[in-house]
Design a protein around this ligand. Structure first.
Ligand SMILES: [Zn+2]
Length: 330
């Protein structure tokens, strides 16, 4: 079985778009940057497991970054790593934290002590246990047979020191994961699903997973107008572009670009929750006629002026296509 490809979480793209579009002097910038670093560390932790996953591709189907609608409430539940073996499912909650980690499962807390002092978090063991119950309920609701689920906490930061006296077998460094899985494989020997059923389950999980999208503008109380400024020249930062034969040229440094507006639209698609007017878009893209605007953006806009309906991935593919064409011409 092939592992699923693990793309960067959408939330990271959103933060990067916001940091690109927000003025450097904005008072919320330090807070936004610090939150971005936290998300990035979380992603680095999940991504670091990629080192171990190739050893498992023959034995299990692998999904990273699942986010499914809960059958208990109108919320979503998230699973960092899911491995589907014919005889059981393994789910891993990944924690990328440095310092000494004291797991106090009885009181449902995790205490982290590092150079910055001590801080408390909710207990990841309880968290992964909740995910296990959510997943079991989800499988039942979607007509899948009962299958044993093993749920553990994986600490992915090399320098973390784990202290856990209450249930040490549930929390371990990523380096132990393969050994732990071998134990589970020895323990669960009865096949619970046919190959077809397994494939169907993976398909359904992948189809139903929804990327987390945050309303960053509300979260940091940023007005839409602070984001909606004409796109700057990539070379000198001046907001003084002029459109000429399908390209933009900076009036200040004469730099030419074919794709800068696409990067800009991609950022807007990551950040805006509601439509903007075509007229407004024309001034943001230094375009003076509707016909030119339609020629320029209609590939993605699909006659709608709703940037939140734009698919960031589609724009990314289009940018890659144009840049490839350009390289060929040169
Ligand atoms: Zn310039």
């Amino acid at each position: 079985m092939q592992p699923s490809t693990y793309s960067r979480p959408f939330v990271l793209k959103q933060y990067e778009a916001l940091l690109r579009r927000l003025p450097f002097s904005h008072s919320s910038r330090p807070q936004i940057d610090s939150d971005y670093q936290k998300f990035k560390a979380g992603f680095a932790g999940e991504h670091s497991l990629s080192y171990y996953l190739p050893y498992l591709q023959e034995k299990a189907a692998i999904i990273q970054g699942l986010r499914l609608p809960s059958t208990f409430s109108d919320h979503y539940f998230q699973i960092d790593l899911l491995l589907l073996f014919p005889s059981f499912i393994y789910i891993g909650e990944v924690k990328h934290m440095n310092g000494t980690l004291d797991f106090d499962v009885k009181n449902g807390q995790l205490l982290r002590t590092n150079s910055e002092g001590q801080s408390g978090f909710s207990c990841p063991v309880a968290q992964v246990d909740r995910q296990k119950r959510e997943l079991a309920k989800w499988l039942e609701a979607h007509g899948y047979p009962r299958i044993p689920i093993e749920a553990d906490v994986i600490v992915s930061h090399e320098k973390a020191v784990i202290r856990d006296e209450q249930c040490p077998e549930k929390v371990y460094h990523s380096a132990r994961m393969l050994y732990q899985l071998e134990e589970y494989m020895r323990h669960h020997t009865k096949r619970m699903m046919t190959k077809d059923k397994q494939r169907k389950l993976i398909d359904t999980l992948q189809k139903m997973t929804t990327e987390k999208r945050l309303d960053l503008l509300s979260r940091y109380q940023i007005s839409v107008q602070e984001i909606l400024r004409p796109f700057p020249c990539a070379a000198c930062g001046a907001r003084d572009m002029t459109r000429r034969r399908g390209r933009w040229q900076c009036r200040s440094c004469r730099n030419m670009t074919k794709t800068a507006h696409l990067y800009y639209l991609q950022d807007l698609s990551c950040l805006l929750e509601s439509p903007i007017k075509k007229k407004e878009l024309m001034s943001l893209l230094y375009i003076s006629s509707r016909a030119t605007l339609n020629r320029t953006v209609n590939d993605f806009w699909e006659r709608s002026n709703d940037p939140s309906a734009l698919k960031s991935d589609d724009i990314e593919r289009h940018i890659a296509h144009i840049e490839k064409q350009d390289r060929r011409k040169r």
